[in-house]
Design a protein around this ligand. Structure first.
Ligand SMILES: *Cc1c(COP(=O)(O)O)cnc(C)c1O
Length: 384
């Protein structure tokens, strides 16, 4: 067998430090390494495989579409894209009507930023401390972490950061130039921080008062992850644009900026070669249809609550706090998370960090109760 580690270490642009594991296969919430060793996957490709790895409905849809038509630019109409757009319209809050389909989360953010500038005639954006919105220049300009941003300056001008969940600071930051506020209602990378109802209602009314668009980044929190189709459904607030990606197509690369009619953009003002291609559209359609059929949001809620109830939080001396909505789970530690991730891997469990001290778990919502029991048992042991 070839040495896959060596090939990747030699030939891949090294932007990610690697964990010592070659993953070659997945099914539902289980993945296997090259030697056939089995792992419970609470990483799910960074919260992507919400419907489970190699979901059979998804595989069937991709296979059928691949045999029929793989590419078709949005200058033409297409049957599969039409059905996906209809499906997105069906599952999103009723004020969100039109989608711009992309290939990733960061592209959805770029679209949202451009749409907001052109629709409002204003230039500036407010985002929050510990936000993460992506790695391309626009999305990066709204991403908090300095080590992600500083080496690449100058970025897009006009971005300000204010503390999360602080309405006063948000109000103070609004100027006549503010075009949009960009928010994750549950910060993912930033440590699983959950916005309060009052905060979100306050931000919504600030937007209304100041003719500012509210862009909610649902890239990590969307598609059943938090126990509802979208995280904003928990709060009942309206967004003017939501951006989605990660779970949308069961692992097939896809994203979208889904817009209300406050977004006004003309022909030629934005575009994409691959966005909305039939293959991705078929994947998205199959993934969302599965979510509805399996009532995956309910599963995520019940399994998330079950899992957290199985943690003996009071006895876990290494734990400061557990925060979660559905299967978007953050365990804040009193120490560094990396050694804990290593220990978990030795126990055949894959999880992720969110910053330096938060253990983040975003398992497929098809994870079994036995698997959740196993993960809780191990955590109760190693976090004691
Ligand atoms: C992952 C993520 C992004 C970026 O998505 P990519 O597909 O990696 O470009 C943006 N926002 C949030 C909240 C994310 O979790």
């Amino acid at each position: 067998m070839k040495n896959f580690r060596e090939l990747i270490d030699n030939y891949e642009v090294a932007v990610y430090p690697k964990r010592d594991l070659v993953i070659v296969k997945g099914k539902d919430a289980t993945v296997w390494d090259e030697n056939g060793k089995e792992f419970i996957d609470c990483a799910a490709g960074i919260g992507v495989a919400t419907i489970g790895h190699s979901n059979p409905e998804l595989v069937k849809a991709i296979t059928k579409q691949a045999e029929t038509l793989i590419t078709n630019a949005c200058v033409f109409y297409n049957d599969t894209r039409a059905l996906l757009l209809e499906k997105l319209n069906e599952i999103t809050p009723s004020n969100l009507k039109r989608s711009f389909l992309t290939n990733s989360g960061t592209e959805a953010m770029e679209a949202a930023i451009k749409f907001t500038r052109v629709s409002t005639g204003k230039t500036d954006f407010i985002t929050t401390v510990n936000s993460f919105h992506g790695r391309t220049m626009g999305a990066l300009s709204g991403t908090y972490k300095e080590e992600y941003r500083t080496p690449f300056e100058p970025l897009v001008p006009g971005f300000t950061f204010v503390p999360f969940n602080n309405l006063e600071k948000m109000e103070e930051a609004i100027t006549p130039k503010t075009a949009g506020i960009i928010l994750e209602v549950i910060q993912g990378e930033g440590g699983i921080n959950i916005a309060s109802q009052k905060y979100l209602e306050g931000v919504r009314s600030l937007c209304d008062k100041n003719n500012v668009l509210l862009i909610i980044d649902e890239i990590q929190s969307g598609f059943c992850r938090t126990g509802k189709m979208f995280a904003i459904n928990h709060f009942g607030i309206e967004a003017d644009i939501i951006t989605v990606a990660k779970g949308i197509a069961g692992g097939f690369p896809m994203g979208a900026a889904i817009c209300s009619d406050k977004v006004k953009i003309g022909f030629g003002q934005h575009g994409t070669t691959f966005g909305g291609n039939p293959l991705a559209s078929a994947a998205g359609l199959a993934a969302i249809t599965f979510m509805q059929k399996a009532n995956l949001a309910k599963q995520a809620k019940e399994k998330g609550d079950y899992f957290v109830s199985k943690l003996n939080v009071d006895e876990l001396s290494k734990v400061r706090e557990v925060r979660h909505k559905g299967l978007m789970i953050g365990i804040e530690l009193k120490e560094k998370v990396q050694p804990i991730l290593q220990q978990l891997m030795e126990e055949n469990i894959l999880a992720m960090p969110a910053g330096k001290i938060v253990l983040r778990m975003l398992p497929p919502a098809v994870i079994t109760y036995e698997q959740l029991d196993k993960v809780a048992e191990v955590l109760n042991r190693i976090l004691k």
